[in-house]
Design a protein around this ligand. Structure first.
Ligand code: PGA
Length: 324
C-alpha cells in the first residue's frame, strides 16, 4: 500500500470521512468531483477492500474504512507536530524578543536577557526600562512580548507568572546607630528620616502598606526618583530607606547596613506578565521557561550589611491569571 498511496488520496479520504460527502470534500479541497471519485477508487484498489459505501447521496465508511480514517488522522497529527517542532526551532534561531521592565527590574533583567541571548545568538533581543505608566501604554498597544514587573497591573487583564523573589529590606549607612541593633520595631523606624521613591513606585507602596497596617505613617525627608539616588543619599547620611534586595546587587559587602527590622524583609515577587488572551511567541515562551529554570538564593541578611542577590534572589513558580 505504501508504494501506491499518495498523501493527496489520504487527504481526500480524510475529508470525505469527516464531512460525510464527496461533494463537500471536493469543495473543501478545491477539486472536481470526478478527481475525488477517481482518487478514492485508486485508494480502494490499492487497499483491496471496500472503504466507503454509498447509499443514495449518503456516504458511510465500512469498518476497514473507519480504521483507515483513524490511521490517516494519526499520520496527519504526527506531521503537524513535526511541522510545529520545525517552526519552533526556526523561531528560536531567528526570532525577536521585546522586553519591557519596570525601573527596579533593571538590576537583574539585563543579566538574564544577556544569558538568554548567549544561548540563542540568532535571536534579536531588546529591553526597555521604564515607569509604570509607559508599561501600561505599551501593554494596551501590544508593543512588547513580555513585561517584568513587581506588581501586576490592576488596569488590564494579564497572565502573571512569578519568576523570582523580591525581598524589600531596610538599609542604612554602615555607621548608622541602628546598624547593630536587633529586632528594631516599626515604631522606632518610623521616627527616622526616610528617603522614599516617587509616588507610584511599587517599592514605595509596599513599604507604606506595611507601616499603615500598624497604624503608622512615614514622613519622607527626601523623595527621589531612582534607587541609585536613594543609595547616594543614604551614604551621605541623609536618612534610611527600604529597597528591593536586587538594588544592592554589585555592591561590596559592608557598603550598606541591612537593618534587622521587625516585619522585614517584605516578601514580594517579580512577575513576567503579558496581556490575557494574547498568544505569546515561541521566543517569548522560551524566555519565560528560561526564567523559571533560573535558581538562586537571596542573601540579604540583616546585620553586617551584605551585598546580596548574587544569582537571582530565589525562584518562584506557577502562573496565575490576574483578572480585574
Ligand atoms: P518600582 O519597582 O516601581 O519600585 O521601581 C517595581 C515594583 O516593585 O512594583
Amino acid at each position: 500500500m505504501r508504494h501506491h498511496t499518495t498523501f493527496r488520496q489520504l487527504e481526500i479520504f480524510e475529508a470525505i470521512a469527516r464531512l460525510g460527502s464527496f461533494t463537500r470534500a471536493s469543495e473543501e479541497l478545491f477539486l472536481t468531483q470526478p478527481t475525488v471519485s477517481m482518487q478514492i477508487k485508486k485508494l480502494t484498489d490499492t487497499v483491496g477492500v471496500p472503504l466507503i459505501e454509498q447509499v443514495g447521496k449518503k456516504v458511510h465508511l465500512t469498518p476497514d474504512g473507519r480504521e483507515l480514517a483513524q490511521a490517516t488522522r494519526d499520520i496527519f497529527a504526527i506531521l503537524d507536530r513535526y511541522m510545529m517542532n520545525v517552526a519552533e526551532r526556526k523561531g528560536l534561531k531567528q526570532g525577536k524578543l521585546k522586553l519591557m521592565a519596570i525601573t527596579t527590574a533593571s538590576y537583574f533583567a539585563p543579566r538574564l536577557l544577556g544569558e538568554f541571548a548567549k544561548l540563542h545568538p540568532g535571536i534579536d533581543v531588546s529591553l526597555r526600562v521604564t515607569n509604570k505608566e509607559q508599561v501600561l501604554a505599551s501593554m494596551a498597544d501590544n508593543l512588547d512580548d513580555l513585561y517584568l514587573l513587581g506588581t501586576p497591573p490592576d488596569e488590564i487583564d494579564v497572565v502573571a507568572t512569578p519568576i523570582m523573589d523580591n525581598p524589600i529590606v531596610v538599609i542604612a549607612a554602615p555607621d548608622h546607630p541602628l546598624a547593630k541593633k536587633k529586632n528594631i520595631t516599626l515604631e522606632r523606624l518610623a521616627q527616622e528620616p526616610w528617603i522614599m521613591r516617587e509616588a507610584g513606585s511599587g517599592t514605595r507602596k509596599a513599604i507604606e502598606r506595611m507601616f499603615a497596617e500598624k497604624g503608622l505613617e512615614i514622613q519622607p525627608r527626601l523623595e527621589l526618583g531612582s534607587n541609585e539616588a536613594i543609595k547616594q543619599a543614604i551614604l551621605a547620611g541623609l536618612g534610611i530607606s527600604a529597597l528591593s534586595c536586587h538594588a544592592l546587587t554589585l555592591h561590596q559587602p559592608g557598603q550598606f547596613a541591612v537593618l534587622d527590622a521587625k516585619g522585614f524583609p517584605i516578601q514580594r515577587h517579580w512577575y513576567a506578565v503579558y496581556p490575557a488572551g494574547r498568544q505569546i511567541s515561541v521566543v517569548a515562551r522560551a524566555f519565560l521557561d528560561f526564567l523559571l529554570g533560573q535558581r538562586g538564593e537571596s542573601s540579604c541578611a540583616p546585620g553586617g550589611g551584605e551585598a546580596c542577590c548574587g544569582a537571582g534572589c530565589g525562584k518562584a513558580g506557577g502562573s496565575l491569571s490576574v483578572k480585574r
